[in-house]
Design a protein around this ligand. Structure first.
Ligand SMILES: [Fe+2]
Length: 254
């Protein structure tokens, strides 16, 4: 599996504080069946990481993992807050893409609704960046507007739901919204958004199985992430990869 969203680089954001913690976290990724991780440290007003700094930190940590004998492949990426993304120039945003792909992991604000969110995302897309929306299920704007994600997806965005959202780690509302987004076929990637080995841990297949969505694992945790990183068309979601739904229709495509 490929984890497209996680905080693994040591000492760069609110992920692991140092090499020892990051190595331990990387071992948990491997134990969870994850072969490749795109390291996506925060790039925001609170965490002013740069593309150049993240690339250098990724190379250094790659050498650390090799020396520690941890068989996890890592690539550089970023989780760029929407408010920071609109300030950055295109060269910088390009360096923050997931690996060498066209895709930018974009984080909408969690706690506040954003008027004109589709227009702001569209502005970034019009500059040539493909947008993967980070954990919309955790953002209140998507709780209040059940058509918002469908609007963004129709305009070319993809969506990443966090595995632990599906099992209720972020509460029942987030869980309900995450499941409804998956059931409405508006989600393309499931990622861990791991930060540590205690509270926000690496894991994809296990939480998906717990949520009754094991049929989604191969597509959302391997096929789509691999296609994104390779610059290929996203494969269609396999038929029957959802779960028997009790609450279909909360989120609509159009
Ligand atoms: Fe994150």
């Amino acid at each position: 599996m490929i984890d497209l969203h996680c905080h693994l680089l040591p000492g760069i954001d609110d992920g692991p504080a140092d090499d020892a913690a990051a190595i331990e976290q990387a071992r948990v990724h491997v134990a969870a069946g994850i072969e490749k991780v795109v390291c996506t440290p925060h790039v925001s007003h609170g965490h002013r990481n740069t593309g150049e700094g993240i690339v250098a930190a990724t190379q250094a940590f790659r050498e650390t993992l090799a020396a520690a004998g941890v068989p996890l492949r890592i690539q550089a990426g970023a989780e760029v807050s929407l408010s920071r993304a609109i300030e950055l120039d295109d060269d910088e945003l390009l360096q923050l893409h997931l690996g060498a792909s066209e895709w930018l992991l974009l984080e909408p604000p969690l706690g506040t609704d954003v008027p004109r969110l589709p227009q702001m995302v569209g502005g970034i897309q019009s500059r040539g960046h493909r947008v993967l929306i980070a954990h919309p299920e955790r953002c209140s704007a998507f709780h209040h507007d059940d058509k918002l994600l469908g609007e963004l997806v129709r305009a070319g965005a993809a969506a990443q739901v966090t595995a632990a959202s599906l099992t209720g780690q972020f509460g029942r509302t987030v869980q309900k919204v995450a499941l409804a987004m998956v059931e409405a076929d508006l989600v393309h990637v499931i990622a861990s958004d791991a930060h540590d080995v205690v509270r926000r841990v690496p894991g994809l297949a296990a939480p998906l199985a717990e949520a009754g969505l094991e049929g989604l694992t191969e597509w959302a945790c391997h096929a789509v992430p691999a296609a994104m990183l390779a610059g290929e068309e996203l494969p269609p979601r396999p038929a029957g990869s959802g779960r028997p739904a009790k609450r279909r229709g909360m989120f609509r495509r159009g």
